[in-house]
Design a protein. Structure first.
Length: 413
């Protein structure tokens, strides 16, 4: 089944606007995605009809609000094939989900001298929390090196993990290079070593069918805003037996069982990790994003994205003076393409693309250590989603030509 991206595009009100007099070609989906009308309507419907605080409400609106939030939790669980909605903790985003593991699990279970293993691909969100843990608790932070194409191999992971490793935290797909990692095999490496496995799914969950039970991972973190949902909603999936052993990260209302003046007992999982009033409207509207993605069918979406990615790669590789980063085999990537143009600063690339209505991201992509390894300060990055069409790829090609002619790339001095 081929995916009708043009039809999908019509569901996204933002594409009615123009940017610099041109149709919007939004190729910054790895940063955040646009929202379909159904998600925007769910947000306004929440405020117009159901707005109330959740937790222990007995009036009609409070019950409706609670039901909407719990339906979204159940949809998120189904989307990643978690066994139960209770495996899903609402967080603000991937970053908060990883920090929850660092505070709730690692600070409780990891002693000085034990190790957290990450990879060289990691977003700062899956690096800095472990640096803080290392600083405060004497835990050692180590990394699996990537190969010249920015791939993480199972052999490299096996070579780097040690008997002291308690947690292997790795990205399922690199936001900077597009590399897909062998998730199941890496989870197995962690488990064979007696470690837990945390998967950063921020880039992968929105695009590829995810099955946490097949992976067997202990934790999975992802963000709603990268999968058509509102900002302010993310998830930590955790195996129930692991979540049960965790301490709360934030204390306050909604996460307790009983409170005395000098002490408290914790509520059940997942409420134990959801102190205070959450982003109720955003959590409620997230369900509409899952509905939309399920109606599209992730397999068809992914095939469409990879066809566009193949074209982006072809356009870039045809130009002299263009470096494309990441795996050369498209089967080892998702819909993210990072590149540089000889002698041109990525910011200038981004601005010239913008003048053509093309939104790409430039800079270090929150992966400074990886950029250092690639011996660059940053790259330009195009990333696709279900509403991108051939027109966007053509606009991208026009933008590229504009950069090349403006900076006379490849011209002899
Ligand atoms: N990990 C990866 C791989 C990412 O791409 C991102 C977002 N760029 C994050 C973590 C952080 O996501 P958020 O900003 O939604 O917390």
């Amino acid at each position: 089944m081929t995916f009708d991206a043009r039809r999908a595009r019509a569901d996204f009100p933002i594409f009615n606007r123009r940017v610099n007099g041109k149709p919007l070609s939004y190729l910054d989906n790895a940063a955040t995605t646009q929202k379909p009308g159904t998600v925007i309507k769910a947000l306004t419907a929440y405020y117009e009809r159901h707005n109330a605080n959740i937790h222990r409400g007995v009036h009609t609106l409070a019950e409706e609000a609670e039901r909407l939030v719990e339906e979204s939790r159940a949809k998120a669980a189904r989307f990643i094939n978690a066994a139960k909605p209770e495996n899903m903790v609402f967080t603000r985003n991937t970053t908060e989900a990883i920090n929850l593991v660092a505070h709730g699990w690692a600070r409780k279970h990891m002693k000085a001298g034990t190790e957290v293993l990450v990879t060289e691909l990691e977003h700062h969100s899956n690096l800095v929390p472990w640096q803080l843990l290392a600083r405060d608790r004497g835990v050692r932070l180590r990394q699996v090196p990537v190969d010249a194409q920015g791939r993480v191999t199972v052999e490299a992971a096996r070579r780097t993990i040690t008997p002291k490793t308690r947690l292997f935290a790795f990205s399922a797909m690199s936001n900077a290079l597009g590399t897909l990692t062998p998730v199941k095999e890496l989870v197995d490496v962690a488990h064979q070593n007696g470690s837990l496995a945390l998967v950063d799914g921020a880039q992968r969950v929105p695009h590829l069918k995810t099955d946490v039970q097949a992976w067997g991972c202990d934790f999975l973190a992802f963000s709603g805003h990268k999968m058509l949902g509102p900002t302010g909603v993310g998830f930590l999936y955790g195996k129930p037996e692991v979540l049960e052993t965790m301490d709360p990260f934030l204390g306050g209302g909604g996460m307790i069982n009983e409170v005395w003046f000098e002490r408290s007992t914790w509520g059940p999982v997942p409420q134990r990790f959801e102190a205070g009033t959450p982003a109720i409207a955003d959590c409620a509207a997230f369900g509409a994003a899952v509905d939309y993605l399920e109606a599209c069918g992730l397999e068809a979406v992914h095939a469409h994205e990879m066809a566009l990615t193949a074209k982006l790669l072809e356009i870039l590789r045809a130009e002299e003076g263009v470096t494309v980063y990441g795996p050369t085999d498209i089967a080892e990537r998702g819909g993210v393409v990072s590149f540089n143009i000889a002698g041109v600063h990525p910011h200038d690339v981004g601005q010239l693309f913008d003048s053509e209505g093309v939104a790409v991201r430039v800079g270090h992509h929150c992966c400074q250590p990886l950029m250092r390894k690639l011996q660059t300060g940053g790259t330009a990055r195009a990333s696709v989603y279900l509403y991108n069409t051939e027109d966007d790829i053509e606009a991208f090609a026009r933008g590229l030509k504009k950069v090349i002619s403006f900076f006379k790339v490849g011209a002899k001095a």
